[in-house]
Structures are given as structure tokens and as C-alpha cells.
Ligand binder design. Structure first.
Ligand code: FA5
Length: 361
């Protein structure tokens, strides 16, 4: 029996030392040390041996088992280390190498480029660029903009309301938090934190339940706000003219038409003269200019003089309606991008089809 144990030890040691992979070692462990292995059988049968044999055979069998176990463990460790080294060496990739085939460097999305153009123009006119939250309180989106609860003008914007939940203020009710429907809530937020004179624009995402070729549920607006002593409607017109000439060309004209917004008084909509037909409404070879539909003007956005009621919400911050006046305007960035690039359907900007986007590089 002792001789047999020596043979098992010799065979096991040679096999384990000769194994070339962790998987092979696992098979050898089962073969020499598993439940059905000869050595395990010997250990199990010790009780049946003559009493005089039990001690020496038991001791030798345990020694062989422990020795083989330790050898298998150490071989597994060294083989696993070597296998890892080998796979690291063979899998090595240089992430700094150019792809194959080499891809062209990308460029900014046309909406981002249009936003940056507008920002550059307005910074040039002395405005600062501010940002505000897209998830907004009803107070800033409506109430402080002179839309009291149940004011019919709230119905003009198909609003996404957010269920109040964890993290919402204690008093927040089901319709107190929403995705902002315009960038105008930043008028009040900016005045709360910055004393007059204030000249700022707010570009950003806005949300409404709209969907057609010129309206999407998520779109971008730019808000403008100028408040100081003695600001008039003429300043609004001059500012819009300067901004739109930078964007659409030095020959453009603008016009303002009476309109209604609850937070401006008087309120206007503003248009820019059509840059395709140069305001004539006529293009050679066409019945009428198809860009402005023969009108000669292209509608861009809303504006007006800040309503004194809005200043009433920020009087404490230094906006006394008897001392300061201001104008505000807001328009859609997609609309400007569509006009600048001749894109007929705003949804194309969000499909992210590279065949379209590559045309704006
Ligand atoms: C407003 O949102 C006012 N806050 C603008 C304003 C600001 C008035 C400051 C007075 C003072 P209006 O709902 O008209 O106004 O939207 C302004 C522009 O946003 C529109 O002319 C249009 O270009 C764009 N717009 C509105 N809804 C969408 C939409 N769903 N998708 C794309 N653009 C949109």
C-alpha cells in the first residue's frame, strides 16, 4: 500500500508539473484528489486496515494528499499569472492610434453652433449669458410672470407637469413642478440674484406638448432681458435690429406687431425681413417667395416691456417699478437654425442622421 502511495505521488507530481493550463490542472485535481480518486479511496478505507497498518498508511496517504493539494494550488497560481500576462500582451491595444479607416473629426451640432453665434453677438452688445433649471417651479414659469393660477394664458402652453416626489419641497403639490415651457422664468431668477442694471440672455432647452414640422416637444429658446433706468421700446427695437443683422445680414430690417404676453406690457411679436426675396415677397421663377410665403417678413419671436407686476415680485432685490424699466424678448433657436441653413423640418435636427449633420461641417 505504501508503495502504491509512492507511485500515486510520483505520477500526480509529474502530471501536475507538466500541466500547461489552469483547465488541465483542474482536471488533474479531480483525477488525483477528487471524490472518485484512488487516493481518496485509500483514505476512506483506512479504518478497514489491520490496526498495525492504519498509522503508517494513514500518515503517508495524508502526506501525499497535502503535498499534491499544495502543488496544484501553487501551479494554478503561477499558471493563472502567466495566462493573464499572455492575454494582456496579446490583447494590448493602443487607444491613441487612429481608427481604421480613419474617421473624420466631428463638428458641433447646428443647434449648438446657432446658439453660440447668438451668444457671441449678444456678448458683443454687452450682455451676460446665464443658465437656469429646465425642471422649474410653477412660481417662476407662470405665477411670477403675471400668470395667476387659472389665468387663461397658461392654457396657451401645453405643459409637462412633474409628479412631486422625493426631494420636492414639502408644500409642492401635483402641479407645482414642471418642465419649463419657455426660458422666461429666468427673468425673475436673474433679477432675484443680480441688481439692476441687468443685461442678460438665457439660452436653453424648453418643453411643450407640441409635435409637427416646426414644433418639437423639446426645443431651445433664447431669452433676453435688459433692465435699467430709462429703457424704452426703442431700445428693444434697436437691440433686436442689431442682433438680427449680425445673424441674417446687414441689409435686414425688423418690424414689431402688437401681441399679448402676460409678463410684458406692451407686448409685440417681431419679424425680420426675408433674406431670400429681400422683403419683396417675390422671387424670379416662383409664384411667390417660398421662404416667407410672399409676405416679405419672417416671424421670429415675442418681446415687450417688462410688466411692472413682474418687477413687483423682485422689488426687494432692487427692482422698483417706479425707478427702472426694461424689455424682454424670446425666440426659438431651431427656428433661426432652420432659416440659416434652409432646413424645412425641425425634427431633422434631432434625428441625428449623420448624412444630414455632415452637411453643416
Ligand atoms: C414665448 O415663449 C415667450 N416666453 C417669449 C417672450 C419672451 C415674450 C420675453 C415676451 C418677452 P412663444 O410661445 O411665442 O413665446 O415662443 C417663442 C418662440 O419659441 C416661437 O416664436 C417659436 O420660434 C419657438 N417655439 C415655441 N414652441 C416651439 C416648439 N414646440 N418647437 C420649436 N420652437 C418653438
Amino acid at each position: 500500500m505504501l508503495e502504491r502511495l509512492e507511485t500515486i505521488e510520483a505520477e500526480g507530481t509529474a502530471a501536475v508539473n507538466g500541466a500547461g493550463s489552469a483547465a488541465e490542472l483542474e482536471n488533474l485535481r479531480v483525477k488525483f484528489l477528487g471524490r472518485k480518486a484512488e487516493l481518496t479511496g485509500i483514505l476512506r478505507g483506512i479504518a478497514d486496515l489491520e490496526p498495525a497498518e492504519r498509522g503508517p498508511v494513514g500518515g503517508a496517504a495524508n502526506k501525499v494528499r497535502k503535498g499534491l493539494e499544495a502543488l496544484v494550488e501553487s501551479r494554478i497560481e503561477s499558471l493563472a499569472g502567466a495566462e493573464l500576462e499572455a492575454s494582456l500582451a496579446s490583447d494590448r491595444i493602443d487607444v491613441t492610434l487612429p481608427g481604421s479607416p480613419v474617421r473624420a473629426v466631428g463638428h458641433l451640432h447646428p443647434i449648438t453652433r446657432t446658439r453660440r453665434l447668438i451668444e457671441d453677438v449678444m456678448i458683443g452688445l454687452g450682455y451676460q449669458v446665464m443658465e437656469g433649471p429646465e425642471v422649474e417651479h410653477d412660481f417662476y414659469n407662470f405665477t411670477a410672470l403675471n400668470h395667476p393660477a387659472d389665468h387663461p394664458a397658461r392654457m396657451l402652453q401645453d405643459t409637462f407637469y412633474i409628479e412631486s416626489g422625493a426631494g420636492a419641497p414639502e408644500e409642492a403639490g401635483p402641479r407645482d413642478v414642471l418642465l419649463r415651457t419657455h426660458t422666461s422664468p429666468m427673468q425673475v431668477r436673474a433679477m432675484e440674484t443680480t441688481p439692476p442694471p441687468l443685461f442678460m440672455i438665457v439660452p436653453g432647452k424648453t418643453y411643450r406638448r407640441d409635435s409637427d414640422a416646426t414644433h418639437s416637444p423639446m426645443f431651445h429658446q433664447v431669452e433676453g432681458l435688459a433692465v435699467a433706468e430709462g429703457i424704452t421700446l426703442a431700445d428693444l427695437k434697436g437691440t433686436l435690429l442689431a442682433m438680427l443683422r449680425e445673424i441674417f445680414g446687414p441689409d435686414r430690417e425688423i418690424r414689431m406687431r402688437p401681441h399679448f404676453f402676460p409678463f410684458t406690457e406692451p407686448s409685440v411679436e417681431f419679424d425680420v425681413s426675408c433674406f431670400k426675396c429681400r422683403g419683396s415677397g417675390k422671387v424670379e421663377g416662383e409664384d411667390r417667395c417660398n421662404l416667407c410665403k410672399g409676405i416679405g417678413w419672417i416671424e421670429l419671436g415675442g418681446a415687450g416691456m417688462v410688466d411692472p407686476n413682474v418687477f413687483g415680485f423682485v422689488r426687494e432685490a432692487g427692482y422698483d417699478p417706479d425707478l427702472v424699466t426694461g424689455f424682454a424678448f424670446g425666440f426659438g433657436i431651431e427656428r433661426i437654425a432652420m432659416l440659416r441653413h434652409g432646413v424645412g423640418d425641425l425634427r431633422l435636427f434631432f434625428d441625428n442622421d449623420v448624412r444630414l449633420l455632415e452637411q453643416f461641417s
